[in-house]
Design a protein around this ligand. Structure first.
Ligand code: PBG
Length: 328
């Protein structure tokens, strides 16, 4: 064969030809948009380290949810800042807390929008850890009982999906049991199955006021150096009944997404986290990168690695860009 008869460039000759052979594409329907709900009324304050993201009181969260639904984004994930914090994080299952009120109000206004509740305690505990403490150790099994209450309270308000992000052992089985006992058989569990102890959560912890008061989360979140351990976490969560498996963060963990895709058939979600978002925003604001192209390339890479669902603060922008047609 002549050295130049196989010319890959033939298939790149025009936008239409490239479209024909494109292997992966981000769709608006792949996206979940995370929001931050706070106490009070009339609050709409931009989060300094997450430009374009806001602290919203419940009624403003409903308005934003309407914008999300109108953009064709199928789901919203609700994070909240509580009115009070205590040792065990009891505002996490208080039916009058901002998250519970927001879930209820959004469900009422937009019954077809999928609502994801983040099930964790770190925003709600006085010490900022993701569970009940025993000394300086997060007590795994005591925490499971509290997480059950959080998940059931969110389901009672109308959450379609509960997403435990605490990284306690056995939480998927515990949540499934509690949901089923309370007749929430149809509430889906999206497990933060492989959640790494990552510096990329920095802006989120500012936004959610959830940084640990002492120490760090390395006794429960995963060591960024490990991939075999991620497969173990994922296998356990699959056995315990997770419906959707999430990997978090996204961009520096796409190898984990690929390994997972090659291994499991259940839907895979990635969380494109706050630090990833903040880096892109900061560089874009400085005029150093082309925000639209960087975001779409990043999201496409997550699809290429094998993700079905992308949780991203870029979702509203991405939906608009997809509508306009992305120029590759
Ligand atoms: C709660 C939680 C965190 C994130 C999602 N759920 C923070 C953490 O684990 O410290 C991070 C999300 C982001 O950085 O965008 N446990």
């Amino acid at each position: 064969m002549k050295y130049n008869s196989l010319r890959p460039r033939r298939l790149r000759i025009s936008p239409a030809m490239r479209a024909l052979v494109r292997e992966n594409e981000v769709k608006v329907s792949d996206l979940i948009y995370p929001i931050f709900v706070v106490p009070g009324t009339n609050v709409r304050e931009e989060i300094p380290s997450m430009p374009g993201c806001y602290h919203l009181s419940v009624e403003n969260a409903v308005e934003l949810a309407k914008t999300v639904a109108a953009a064709g984004i199928p789901a919203i994930e609700v994070f909240g800042l509580p009115e009070y914090k205590d040792e065990i994080g009891s505002s996490a299952w208080d039916m009058t807390s901002p998250v519970q009120r927001a879930i209820r109000a959004i469900k009422q206004a937009l019954p077809d929008l999928v609502i994801v509740g983040d099930v964790c305690l770190c925003q709600y505990t006085s010490h900022g850890h993701c569970g009940q403490l025993c000394g300086h150790y997060v007590d795994n099994d005591a925490t499971l009982k509290l997480l059950q209450k959080v998940a059931v309270s969110q389901a009672q308000c109308g959450a379609d999906i509960v997403a435990p992000s605490d990284m306690m052992d056995g939480r998927i089985a515990a949540l499934r049991e509690a949901l089923d006992e309370n007749s929430f058989q149809n509430v889906t569990i999206m497990s933060y199955a492989a959640k790494y102890a990552s510096a990329f959560y920095g802006p989120f912890r500012d936004a959610a006021n959830s940084a640990p008061e002492f120490g760090n989360r390395r006794q429960y979140q995963m060591d960024p150096a490990n991939s075999r351990e991620a497969m173990k976490e994922i296998d356990l969560d699959m056995d315990e009944g997770a419906d959707i498996i999430m990997i978090k963060p996204a961009m520096t963990y796409l190898d984990i997404v690929r390994q997972t895709r090659d291994r499991i058939d259940r839907p895979i979600a990635v969380y494109n986290v706050s630090g990833e978002y903040a880096m892109v925003k900061a560089a874009a604001q400085n005029g150093w990168i082309d925000e639209k192209r960087i975001v779409m390339e990043s999201l496409t890479s997550m699809k290429r690695a094998g993700a079905d669902i992308i949780i991203t603060y870029h979702a509203l922008d991405a939906a608009r860009w997809l509508q306009e047609g992305v120029a590759w």
